[in-house]
Design a protein around this ligand. Structure first.
Ligand SMILES: NC(=O)c1ccc[n+]([C@@H]2O[C@H](COP(=O)([O-])OP(=O)(O)OC[C@H]3O[C@@H](n4cnc5c(N)ncnc54)[C@H](O)[C@@H]3O)[C@@H](O)[C@H]2O)c1
Length: 350
């Protein structure tokens, strides 16, 4: 049995906790959070008895083999490094850190340990992505030279720490852009990014005045402080000549929310968000192909179950995760370069 602790037991931790509880190779034994109230509430809800209010106390518990880190972004690096040094396997939520330097420090710590560190790129574990990846790996699309990804919320600033740049590292780019940039880049075959041009806008604020519309909120929702951008767009160029255009928002005067990820190759193309679709050309005819699978879209619960099961499998067997720290570092380079480009108004070379 792999004995697991979860550090940071706010909103998204429920997905980790419930997936661990479904896995019969795992015993979930400990929680850690800054909030005593949340520790008591979730400890009772999930029948977890070891409750710690500091990560160092949890990491000193020699019974624990592996941890999920679901804290604010500002503590991911510190806790991940401490966990590796304490001999634990680590699943760290996205973004892996707030800066490239932090991500590289985690990479160093991974190299020194012989432990698994998996980055929480949950979309890599979605069933629709795995179906598409088999088509990509069998070269159905030829070289993928362009990708276009949007994650636009018209009203969706989660408030609290998400909108405090010192705790989050940024707004929709580091929170939502990380998902769609990663999944596009992963499916493009992880080409090396060489330059980035980006823009950020602070025009609408958090729009907490809006009524009668619900949205994702941090466990400690507070709309009073907001110093993150509300919209980012960017063009990323890769060494192989491919490019990725992305736009993401927390707030925007858009008619509706929109999540799209589209890939265009020499022999065919595909959409993975909002639903898997494949475009091919055969016998001088364009074919729009609808794969027959249970969920064409992103199945939130199933993807987290797959992510946790993969992490547990890597911890138990020692095999490498499909979401290693090297990819976390590369994605952080793209995110940080977009912010840098927006700040300077210039293209940034990586
Ligand atoms: N993969 C996804 O789709 C997804 C979705 C949402 C959030 N996330 C990520 O998960 C992380 C948490 O987000 P959330 O929405 O659950 O936030 P949240 O505010 O709901 O919960 C965070 C919890 O962490 C606790 N915490 C913060 N710093 C801590 C520390 N140093 N030690 C112990 N506890 C600490 C807080 O008290 C809170 O209970 C973030 O990194 C976020 O980017 C990922």
């Amino acid at each position: 049995m792999l004995k697991v602790g979860v550090i940071g037991i706010g909103s998204i931790s429920d997905m980790h906790i419930q997936a661990y509880q479904k896995n019969d190779q795992v015993k979930l034994i400990a929680f850690c959070d800054l909030s005593e109230e949340r520790l008591a509430e979730k400890g009772k809800k999930y029948g977890v008895e070891k409750l710690y209010n500091h990560h160092e106390a949890l990491l000193a518990d020699s019974e624990i083999d592996a941890v999920s880190i679901c804290t604010w972004n500002d503590s991911h690096a510190e806790i991940a490094i401490a966990a590796l040094e304490a001999g634990k396997h680590v699943l760290v939520e996205k973004p892996v850190s707030m800066t490239v330097a932090e991500a590289e420090r985690i990479e160093e710590a991974v190299k020194k340990s012989n432990k698994i560190l998996q980055v929480g790129f949950v979309r890599r574990h979605a069933d629709n992505v795995n179906v598409l990846k088999r088509f990509i790996d069998t070269n159905e699309f030829g070289e993928i030279y362009y990708a276009k990804a949007s994650y636009l919320r018209r009203y969706g600033n989660p408030g609290g720490w998400f909108s405090d740049i010192t705790k989050s590292g940024g707004g929709p780019l580091i929170d939502l852009g990380v998902h769609v940039i990663d999944i596009s880049w992963y499916l493009m075959g992880r080409p090396r990014p060489v330059s980035v041009s980006g823009n950020t806008y602070h025009k609408l604020g958090n729009r907490s005045n809006i009524k009668n519309l619900s949205a994702y909120q941090a466990a400690d929702y507070d709309p009073t402080h907001n110093d993150v951008e509300d919209l980012t767009n960017a063009l990323i160029r890769f060494e192989n000549g491919a490019s990725l255009y992305v736009d993401v928002s927390f707030t925007l005067h858009a008619k509706k929310d929109e999540t799209t990820v589209k890939l265009f190759g020499e022999k065919g193309g595909a959409e993975i968000e909002p639903e898997l679709a494949i475009v091919l050309e055969k016998n001088d005819t364009i074919l729009n192909v609808d794969p027959q699978i249970d969920h064409l879209g992103f199945d939130f619960v199933k993807s987290f179950d797959n992510e946790i099961n993969h992490f547990v499998d890597c911890c138990v067997t020692g095999k490498e995760s499909i979401a290693p720290i090297a990819d976390g570092v590369e994605v952080m380079k793209m995110l940080n370069a977009i912010y840098e480009s927006a700040k300077t108004g210039k293209e940034v070379y990586l």
